[in-house]
Design a protein around this ligand. Structure first.
Ligand code: MLT
Length: 258
């Protein structure tokens, strides 16, 4: 395994919980979780390679290699195991860890994500986005992305959340975006790992999530033998930023009984 040191921040003490951000975001997406969750666990928030403060040479990466970075971070923190939580792309990485390093996962939180590989339409869309970003830079996709991440209600009535999401996305370099799109396009289906994971799992989804539709997420949860579902009302894909109190409460209820 290549040794790569991810930038991260850590808060609190107790059960380690590593939260993996989505695309094209960074660890700042978890700001609405920090003050509450640090009272219940040791929260570890990495920037995945290429994003936020984790620099990167630009070499092509796979979801499995990004998952290896997280294992490397656990090694450097002397963590034999941790609760691994992943939002969307972070969930694809969490499932790679469950598949390839099951003993390192003491509990699993899957948020607005699913185990399927890309279908033809997703693959075409990723190619299109990569071309646009290559030609015109990050700003060329942020307007399109923000509409997919947030509900119409948030877009209209919560300019502070919209601005925060833009600020986070604008920190992502075109190279990181293009490589992450390729890594996601090349990822395998991980449905087979779900029935094998017998430890506790929490699945969350915004009821209006169009990127990981609730039906698909519910199907995933039904295949995890020891899991609960939290359906977050009035939230889209970025449920943790739109409805932080509900998401924090679901995570605390899960963590506190582990
Ligand atoms: C994410 O929110 O991390 C991504 O949009 C997931 C994806 O594009 O499949």
């Amino acid at each position: 395994m290549e040794v790569y040191n991810l930038a991260y921040e850590a808060h609190g003490k107790g059960t380690p919980l590593i939260l993996l951000h989505g695309f094209p975001l960074n660890r700042k997406m978890w700001e609405p979780q920090i003050d509450t969750l640090l009272q219940h666990c040791r929260l570890i928030l990495p920037d995945l390679r290429g994003f936020g403060d984790s620099s990167w040479s630009g070499k092509a990466l796979s979801i499995d290699e990004i998952a290896d970075d997280v294992i490397q971070l656990m090694n450097s923190l002397s963590l034999d195991s941790a609760v691994i939580g992943g939002f969307s792309m972070g969930g694809y990485i969490a499932l790679s860890i469950v598949d390839r390093y099951p003993t390192r996962v003491s509990g699993l939180i899957l948020m607005d994500t699913h185990p399927k590989a890309d279908n033809k339409q997703n693959l075409e869309n990723r190619k299109r986005m990569a071309k646009v970003v290559e030609k015109k830079g990050t700003e060329a996709i942020t307007k399109e992305m923000v509409k997919k991440l947030l509900t119409a209600h948030t877009l209209k009535d919560h300019p502070e959340i919209v601005q925060k999401v833009f600020d986070i996305m604008e920190q992502s370099t075109p190279t990181a975006i293009i490589q992450a799109l390729q890594a996601m396009a090349n990822r395998p289906d991980r449905s087979h790992v779900l029935p094998q994971f017998k430890k506790p799992a929490l699945v969350l989804v915004g009821e209006k999530d169009e990127m990981s539709p609730p039906d698909l997420v519910k199907e995933m949860q039904s295949q995890l033998p020891n899991s609960n579902l939290a359906l977050i009302e009035n939230a889209g894909h970025l449920a943790n930023m739109e409805r932080p109190d509900e998401v924090n409460q679901a995570i605390i209820s899960f963590i506190d009984v582990l």
